[in-house]
Design a protein around this ligand. Structure first.
Ligand code: ATP
Ligand code: F6P
Ligand code: MG
Length: 345
């Protein structure tokens, strides 16, 4: 029996759990009589024909590893001349019957457009930010929250010892999921997120109230995309755009810390967690979620449910249209922020 060949790629920023998804796709595909071809560096590998056969042996020992054995990129075939045609030529030349795209809004938007051009494709949602539509949670989010929570725990003891305010900046370009979850879990004294524009005065009130009650340190958690009014209206603090047109964030914690120190006289320090939130081994929960997505993705290929994406709804893994993932950002659940805010100040 000739096997249907399925190409797997990972695109966009890396994310803990990608290897768990790849391993699960390969293992389930074996059961479903599918052959798996790993595409190097996202969509770029499909244009430039860089790939390798993925066997059970090749994916052995990768479940717990961070990064992606396939490499990733932000390459967009629609941004180059003949890009989509080259992708389709590669698929035909290598007799590939289906594609599984693992990625965020960009990678899955490309998948959606390729599907519209007739490519048999399914998706898997990926991002530590947890801001993709169509699914309750994305893998990688739990790991990022765990790392940020551990950091907040550690910062508590040093902040208390020195009677300082520490402003911790976490990832979250457009949403405050990581900030709210890690802030709640770490007992933050204020949390700043994009979804709830805040005035710096509110943060200072929390810090001052604590000081009056004898608690001379505070921990402020801040999403990199937080909207904070520092006196000129609530706005994003951006350092321009990267080569892909993404806003380069980072710096909001510094501005918030500067304002707090200036107004309260309390020594204030900044910690920007950055890429440690994205690197390294996934939590058990992300390994489980990534594996469930991978098994579902292979099942979607086997049952030819093109144009769909594996998603989590409640505790069920289901198939949703690819368009659901990319239609709009999934903003932070306001109920989570409301619970976290009970503990502010
Ligand atoms: N709506 C869109 N339609 C087509 N291509 C898009 C769209 N949005 C982004 N892209 C392109 O998709 C590529 C990958 O997007 P991006 O870098 O945002 O990765 P991603 O998969 O969304 O992961 P991340 O979680 O890191 O954002 C980029 O080249 C980007 O230009
Ligand atoms: O520098 P890069 O790779 O674009 O990644 C930064 C971005 O990655 C994200 O974590 C999404 O994966 C965003 O929160 C952050 O802005
Ligand atoms: Mg994106």
């Amino acid at each position: 029996m000739s096997l249907v060949k399925v190409a797997v790629l990972t695109g966009g920023g890396d994310c803990p759990g990608l290897n768990a998804v790849i391993r699960a796709i390969v293992r389930r595909s074996e059961q479903r009589h599918l052959e798996v071809m790993g595409i190097r560096d996202g969509w770029e590998g499909l244009v430039e024909e860089r790939h390798e056969r993925l066997t059970r042996q090749r994916v052995s020992g990768i479940l717990h590893l961070g990064g992606t054995i396939l490499g990733t990129s932000r390459f967009n075939p629609f941004a180059i001349e003949d890009g989509p045609e080259r992708v389709m030529r590669t698929l035909q030349r290598h007799n590939v019957g289906a594609v599984i795209a693992i990625g965020g809004d960009g990678t899955l938007s490309i998948a959606r457009e390729m599907h519209a051009l007739g490519v048999s494709i399914v998706g898997v949602p990926k991002t530590i930010d947890n801001d993709l539509g169509g699914t309750d949670y994305t893998f990688g989010f739990d790991t990022a929250v765990s790392i940020a929570t551990e950091a907040i725990d550690r910062l508590h003891s040093t902040a208390e010892a020195h009677q300082r305010v520490i402003v911790v900046e976490v990832m979250g370009r457009h949403v405050g999921w990581i900030a709210a979850y890690a802030g709640l879990a770490g007992g933050a004294d204020a949390i700043l997120v994009p979804e709830r524009p805040a005035r710096i005065e509110e943060v200072i009130e929390h810090v001052e109230r604590r000081r009056k009650e004898g608690r001379k340190f505070s921990i402020i958690v801040c999403a990199e995309g937080a909207m904070v009014d520092l006196g000129e209206g609530a706005k994003l603090i951006s350092r321009g755009r990267d080569e892909w047109g993404h806003e380069r964030l980072g710096g909001v914690a510094q501005s918030v810390a500067h304002a707090i120190e200036k107004r309260t006289g309390i020594e204030t320090r900044v910690t920007v967690l950055g890429y440690v939130q994205r690197g390294g081994s996934p939590t058990a929960s992300d390994r489980v979620l990534g594996t469930r997505y991978g098994v579902m993705a292979a099942d979607l290929v086997a049952s030819k449910r093109w144009g769909t994406m594996a998603a989590l709804r409640g505790n069920e893994i289901v198939a949703v249209p690819l368009a659901d993932a990319t239609r709009s950002l999934k903003q932070l659940d306001p109920r989570i922020y409301d619970v976290a805010s009970v503990f502010f100040g």
